[in-house]
Design a protein around this ligand. Sequence first.
Ligand code: NBP
Length: 431
Amino acid sequence: ALSRIGLAGLAVMGQNLALNIAEKGFPISVYNRTTSKVDETLDRAAPSTSPHRPLLPPRLRPLHPPPRSIILLVKAGAPVDLTISALLPHLSPGDSIIDGGNEWYLNTDRRLADAESRNLLYLGMGVSGGEDGARHGPSLMPGGHLAAYKTSRTFSPPSQPRSTTAPASPTLAREAPGISSKCNAELGEVFGEWNRGELESFLIEITADIFRVRDEEEGGELVDKILDKTGMKGTGKWTVQQAAELSVAAPTIAASLDCRGGIDRKRLVDDVRQALYASKICSYAQGMNLLRAKSDEKGWGLNLGELARIWKGGCIIRAVFLDRIKRAYQRNPQLASLVVDPEFAREMVQRQAAWRRVVGLAIQAGISTPGMCASLAYFDTYRRARLPANLVQAQRDLFGAHTYERVDRPGSFHTEWTKLARQSKAGVGAF
Ligand code: NBP
């Protein structure tokens, strides 16, 4: 059969997604700049589902007449533009381009407008779930032309229900006083146990596995041999930039990005579990608020509860509590923050003593736990009726006449602070 679907970019994600789509019975044509990856993909495909080759010049023969959908899974940025340029001469009005990479949204906006001017349709589609998700059922978050979505949804690989961020530092339990430094196996057990409770999620599950892996060549445990340096492809940085631009508080997410740099042991482990859970809720709360702010700015009308549902399958942030997050937004779509939803607020309050003990201990012992500390500060801002921001705004009004709002009446106000302060001082002196 001729394929209606093409996929360009056969690295980890593209190769696995192509095999997934082919396996579900949809003929697909594939392309990669380096042709050996096309061969690799074909070698991996079951004979009956073999993806067609090649998608791109000189032969576009296997493709069905328009409309077709071409998925891109190449590195974000210039490689996407180059791949689109190579594809353009072979596309016809009504065809859809679906960029499945983690792209900066302004690049997506630009390409969408360009596609429109050529009578093409465009989707920017977040793909989560890594290699395994792409192969067996990723979490997909498309945005762009509705018509492109409608044409393409027929072949979107179904997500399989399986279970974001782990803002806490798992090294805390290991480095804290009273905990042996050679306890990765024990930590593996602890994470395994946590994954059977309220913390059940992909990242807790894989952390348990990582602690169990030995270094086959050199001996010892592999996690201890890994340099404490993490790579990044820009998504974390973009999230923090957006939070700053939209004035949405996201300290846990920012701290997680930054760190990508004689005690009762049982109680400590349990305290860390509670602190981790509470910190994760803060992290989700910040992410959701950021999405809502962008949605308000752009008029997207995002349904936050529905987003929580999409992430339940395939996505690396899948977690057992996403169902409850969905319900929280169903109860109140305008929820100011997840931490003030009655159900989550009750849980946070129940866990705060343990959380404070863990953060206090970490500070005393000089162990960096930026995610947990930032989350606790975030939570505490919601516990206070008033925050010290009034003083900051007064300072801004003093030095830059930036005006301020009042708690007791509407409007925008400006005060001659220095003049009044001098008068007041003079007045005090006269007493
Ligand atoms: P990479 O992000 O490592 O990109 C490799 C692909 O980009 C290869 O096909 C490569 O072709 C192609 N490419 C490059 Br690099 N420069 C190119 C250029 N100048 N012209 C044309 N093609 C070029 O692959 P990935 O890890 O599979 O990820 C693909 C996308 O999906 C990324 O945006 C990523 O952020 C996103 N994503 C990844 C994951 C994950 O777990 N890996 C999860 C979710 C989303 P070549 O073979 O010829 O070098």
